[in-house]
Write a new protein. Structure first.
Length: 194
C-alpha cells in the first residue's frame, strides 16, 4: 500500500518510557496528557514512500527517521475516550507527512531536510552560572544543503532565536532541532563561552 503524499513508517513502540533497574523493568510514565510528550517515541523506519514527491534529497524506504512526537502519541478526547493520533494506520504503522520528518538516517549517516538542523547544546564553563547550558548557542551536528549554501559547516557554533529549540535524544545525545530560518549567527568553529 502507498499513500499519495505521505510516508508510511513503522515503530516497535509508541513510547520510550521504560528503563531497567536491578534487572526489572520500570515504567516511568503511565499517563496520557499534554505532559507525556517527553516519553513519546520519535523514531521509526520508512515502510513505504509516497507515490508523489520523492527525490534523491528525501527519505527513502528503509531509512530510519526522526519524527514529530504527535505521530505516535495517543490522546484523550473531550468525552474522556482514548484515541490514536490522526497519523495512525494500523498497529505499529503510521502515516507521516514530509514536514513531520526532521531527520533521516541512511548508510549510518544522518541527513536533515532543508527546513531543519540539529545542534548540540554548549556547556557553560562558568561554574557559578545559573544554567548548565549556554543560552541560544549550540554546535551544529546535523545540517542541510540550505545552511551549507550559506557557509555553515558541521562543528560550527551557531546562535538561534529564543524558544526555537525542540529537544530530542538521538543516539544517546541531547540535541535541539532548530528550524533553519531560526539560525541567526555563525560563530565559527571555536566553542565560545558566555
Amino acid at each position: 500500500m502507498k499513500s499519495l503524499f505521505n510516508y508510511i513508517i513503522s515503530t516497535e513502540s509508541r513510547y520510550n518510557n521504560k528503563i531497567n533497574v536491578d534487572q526489572k523493568e520500570l515504567i516511568l510514565n503511565t499517563e496520557i496528557s499534554e505532559r507525556d510528550y517527553v516519553f513519546v517515541n520519535r523514531m521509526g523506519v520508512i515502510v513505504n514512500e509516497p507515490a508523489y514527491g520523492v527525490t534523491y534529497k528525501t527519505p527513502r524506504k528503509g531509512d530510519v527517521v526522526i519524527v514529530h512526537h504527535n505521530v505516535f502519541r495517543r490522546w484523550i478526547d473531550i468525552r474522556g475516550e482514548e484515541k490514536n493520533s490522526a497519523s495512525f494506520l494500523k498497529e505499529n504503522e503510521y502515516f507521516v507527512a514530509p514536514d513531520q520528518i526532521f531527520a533521516y538516517k541512511r548508510n549510518n549517516k544522518w541527513f536533515c531536510p532543508d527546513e531543519y538542523c540539529f545542534v548540540s547544546p554548549l556547556i557553560n564553563e562558568d561554574e557559578w552560572a545559573p544554567d548548565t547550558e549556554q543560552k541560544l548557542k549550540g554546535e551544529l551536528v546535523y545540517s542541510n544543503s540550505e545552511l551549507s549554501s550559506l557557509g555553515l559547516s558541521i562543528g560550527d557554533v551557531v546562535g538561534f532565536t529564543p524558544d526555537s529549540e525542540y529537544e530530542f535524544e538521538i543516539e544517546g545525545d541531547k540535541l535541539y532541532r532548530i528550524l533553519s530560518n531560526q539560525v541567526t549567527i555563525n560563530y565559527g568553529q571555536e566553542k565560545t563561552s558566555n
